[in-house]
Ligand binder design. Sequence first.
Ligand code: AMP
Ligand code: ZN
Length: 129
Amino acid sequence: MSVRVRPPAPKKGFVCMCSNVECIFCRIIARTIPATIINETDTLIVIKDIAPSAPIHYLIIPKKHIVDLASFTAEDRETLASDIFACAQTLSQSDPDAKDFRLSVNNGYGAGQCVFHVHFHFLAGFNKK
Ligand code: AMP
Ligand code: ZN
């Protein structure tokens, strides 16, 4: 059985700066650390999750550093929400094994969020051998 180790909960008032060298997803977006990139648009990057919990497990990550879904502004909702849904549809249509998929987000440490740069889990391939 694998055990996921979580980092300590961030201190109250914790703000991760955009392109902060300590933000792993900002570093992936900036190409300063490697990742398997599946797709990229002006606003999003899609990478393979390093510890997949389904046969297909991608992370849809807005390029803009936003700590979590609760921090979305009205403008983020307008621009990014539509891009994220379109991106999930494209991923689903690009692979027959991804026709049925789950799109999920962990918001906050208590809900299981480990990386404090908002991202959406695209999970599929549940019947894949
Ligand atoms: P969450 O628990 O919702 O914050 O999800 C964070 C996800 O990021 C986990 O599923 C991790 O396996 C994944 N992850 C962490 N570091 C990396 C990395 N360097 N490349 C790809 N995925 C990562
Ligand atoms: Zn970031």
